[in-house]
Design a protein around this ligand. Structure first.
Ligand code: GRG
Length: 296
């Protein structure tokens, strides 16, 4: 990993984890088991990509990270809920997440469901503590996150995924699943970063185009790593897509074509940033390279 991106990630992770620690209920607050389970999954590591994108989108629009920090924490908190629920026996039934046993393996299914529910609710409480500016207020932030993660996008994507099991899917059907499950939250991260930074409509459009392309590229790489990486690197079980004959990009178009689509989408994402000055594009460009070339 180039040194610059390493520093960028480290700075963002430090800020976000300190604020998450301050915003989330302590473990000794009743009901202690629930708060322990919430913190267990949030502080298990994870790449913290969504908060990073949110903070960097805000910086690209000329704001300080503080303007978007509560929103960044909300995104990571909501993301963690989706991971807990996705791992449940009734969903993907996984034992390993972020290098640790999954929530339901440690706390039981009931508490895992409730920890996910509570993280989802806390995410909106965090977002509601984001400062308003000339163009956007808390109502705009809440509507954005609810839209991207509700029945028509993130949760809807999970439904399409469930309903597609055991059936051959077309590339368009697979794209619709990926756009819901993965792109929607990445898109929300960039848009909320911009909105918290009082972005212009031109900047919001640019961040949205960047997010749409980057989000699909991110999921294609995830599909590829499910074949080529190891559980130790990924911190989650791998090879599962093939085992359960899940539709993935490499399964439909092959590994080489999948890699080439991820590269093309990343190039399109990069090109959409041209409304920002070269200096203001730099960090988002570095993140797009890092995500394309990651091996975990
Ligand atoms: C509402 C039950 C329910 C689920 C929502 C989004 C979703 C549906 C489930 C998430 C599980 C999943 C595999 C989504 C695909 C997106 C993805 C690749 C998530 C993993 O994100 P990373 O790699 O994970 O950023 P870390 O652990 O690094 O944060």
């Amino acid at each position: 990993m180039p040194r610059d991106i390493k520093t960028l990630i480290l700075e963002s992770v430090t800020l976000v984890e300190a604020r998450l620690d301050a915003l989330l209920p302590n473990e000794d607050i009743s009901p202690s088991t629930l708060h322990k389970a919430m913190r267990y999954s949030i502080f298990a590591g994870g790449k913290r990509i969504r908060p990073l994108l949110c903070l960097e989108a805000a910086k690209a629009c000329g704001a300080t990270p503080e303007a978007a920090l509560n929103a960044a924490c909300a995104l990571e908190t909501l993301h963690t809920y989706t991971l807990i629920h996705d791992d449940l026996p009734s969903m993907d039934n996984d034992d390993l997440r972020r290098g640790r046993p999954t929530s339901h393996k440690v706390y039981g299914e009931g508490i895992a469901i409730l920890a996910g529910d509570a993280l989802l609710t806390e995410a909106f409480a965090m977002l509601a503590q984001s400062p308003s500016n000339e163009r956007y207020n808390v109502g705009n932030y809440v509507r954005e996150l609810a839209h991207q993660t509700g029945s028509k996008k993130l949760v809807g994507g999970q439904v399409l995924d469930l309903e597609g099991e055991g059936r051959e899917l077309s590339l368009d059907e697979l794209r619709a699943i990926h756009n819901g499950k993965t792109t929607a939250l990445i898109l929300a991260s960039l848009r909320l970063g911009g909105m918290c930074a009082n972005c212009s409509s031109e900047q919001l459009k640019s961040l949205s185009d960047f997010g749409n392309n980057l989000g699909l590229a991110f999921q294609i790489i995830d599909d590829i790593l499910d074949i080529t990486s190891t559980p130790e690197m990924m911190g989650k079980s791998i090879g599962k897509d093939e085992k359960v004959q899940k539709a993935t990009y490499p399964a439909i178009v092959g590994l080489d074509q999948a890699r080439s689509e991820a590269r093309e989408l990343t190039a399109a994402a990069r090109a959409s940033l041209n409304v920002f000055s070269a200096k203001r594009q730099e960090n988002l460009l570095a993140i797009s390279d890092y995500l394309l070339n990651r091996n975990y």
